[in-house]
Design a protein around this ligand. Structure first.
Ligand code: HSE
Length: 424
């Protein structure tokens, strides 16, 4: 069996796909019997192609020509961003070509529209590379765990954030220094806002939650908080309490609703996710039948992402003429739980004057809202008259803690807005 592949965009990921198609073609044929042939590469910056021997491959700067090329059966959209990527994908689907994409942002914004176009045209739209790069988490949810009702999934889905938090944890760096290092090493996007403000993780969270619960999810309904307010002091206090701070996507079914949220989270240091360091990603999924499962690997980078793109191409080629599976199956819409209704434990760091009655007043206001305190840290003050008071609460409702902090932050002894983090 033969399959012609067209690659739109030969940048970081597309270049990895071209390289793998050229280098590992025989290996893949040996494993599957399928012969993948790189038929066409469309790239505006032709200098990107200099490293490849593209003898026999059509090279153009024209995505429309690639889509129309009869030698192309599968179109890989690897330019990223919303437009013109969406236009190219829709054109390919409407031309009855299968599409493989790594475009998490586009899927998070327009997944249902793209899925409908694929279904209407009887072709595939696959996106393994969009979430957690080289980790086959989409396949795990669609196939390996298909018999399970997914109870909860926790994901470390952004390598840049995990790298920054790792440097803050293990090298005592402040956030800005760790971010600069991540930028220098090429982990962070330029500019890095989508990474550090949590939106990249939210895009991936939206895709995983849609798959896990077969429901359309509006990106705007996902609560998103990035890591920019996490300080080295927070990391150190969390460690003292037995936790590491990780940026998590949390996906959970609860009382007919779906939780889909992204925020820095205190993870117990003996939890498997606490051992995921540096730029690595991991997803911990609990199903009602399989129980706990863990998927770990590189979530970004040229070759790990190319590995996922090639797996999708091969799945399409191996399926042959059998009916194309839907990219997403949407059942009835499930409501997304409002963040104020969340229940859990909370880490709270106050920066207050070191005066009589401060701790008492804080505890009284929290107690009035039914928030119970599990532990407290306060160190002796040094240069100025302010100290950190750090609390860990027992389980409570988020709206109660928010209302207590709104009142406490109005009091004169509080120097800055109190920092609160959720606990796994
Ligand atoms: N900027 C992303 C990350 C790339 O750091 O994980 C992969 O989506």
């Amino acid at each position: 069996m033969k399959c012609g592949v067209g690659v739109i965009g030969a940048g970081t990921v597309g270049g990895g796909v071209v390289k793998t198609l050229l280098a590992n073609r025989a290996l893949m044929k040996g494993k599957t019997g399928v012969e993948l042939r790189l038929a066409h590469v469309a790239e505006l910056r032709q200098e990107c192609l200099k490293e490849f021997d593209l003898t026999g491959v059509t090279v153009s700067a024209d995505a429309a020509a690639l889509i129309a090329d009869p030698a192309v059966n599968v179109v890989c959209e690897l330019i990223g961003g919303l437009e013109p990527a969406k236009k190219f994908i829709l054109a390919a689907l409407n031309a009855k070509k299968h599409v493989v994409t790594a475009n998490k942002m586009l899927l998070a914004h327009a997944g249902p529209e793209l899925a409908r176009a694929a279904i209407a045209n009887g072709v595939e739209l696959r996106y393994e590379a969009a979430v957690a790069g080289g980790i086959p988490i989409i396949k795990a949810l669609r196939e390996g765990l298909v018999a399970n009702s997914i109870q909860v999934a926790y994901g470390i889905l952004n390598g840049t954030c995990n790298y920054i938090l790792s440097r803050m944890t293990y090298d005592n760096m402040e956030f800005d220094d760790a971010l600069n290092l991540a930028v220098r090493l090429g982990f962070a996007e330029t500019p890095p806002d989508l990474d550090i403000e949590g939106h990249d993780t939210a895009h991936k969270c939206q895709i995983l939650a849609s798959l896990a619960y077969s429901t359309e999810i509006d990106l705007k309904d996902i609560y998103v908080e990035g890591i920019t307010k996490v300080t080295h002091a927070d990391v150190a206090y969390a460690r003292e309490m037995g936790y590491l701070i990780k940026l998590l996507a949390v996906i959970r079914a609860v009382d007919g609703e779906v939780e889909a949220r992204v925020h820095p989270t205190l993870v117990p240091e003996d939890h498997l996710l606490a051992s995921v360091r540096n730029e690595f990603n991991a997803i911990h999924v609990t199903g009602d039948i399989a129980d706990s499962t863990l998927y770990y690997g590189r979530g970004a980078g040229r070759m790990p992402t190319a590995s996922a793109v090639l797996a999708d191409i091969m799945d399409i080629a191996r399926r042959g003429d059998a009916p194309a599976p839907a990219p997403f199956v949407y059942g009835p819409r499930r409501p997304i739980r409002a963040i104020g209704s969340l229940t859990g434990r909370y880490y709270v760091r106050f920066n207050t004057l070191d005066e009589p009655g401060v701790l008492g007043k804080i505890c009284t206001i929290l107690g009035d809202r039914g928030v119970s305190i599990a532990s407290v840290i306060q160190k002796e003050r040094h240069e100025d008259n302010f100290v950190h008071v750090v609390l860990m609460t027992h389980e409570t409702v988020e709206s109660s803690i928010r209302s207590a902090l709104a009142e406490i932050d109005q009091i004169g002894f509080v120097q800055e807005k109190t920092h609160v983090l959720r606990v796994l």
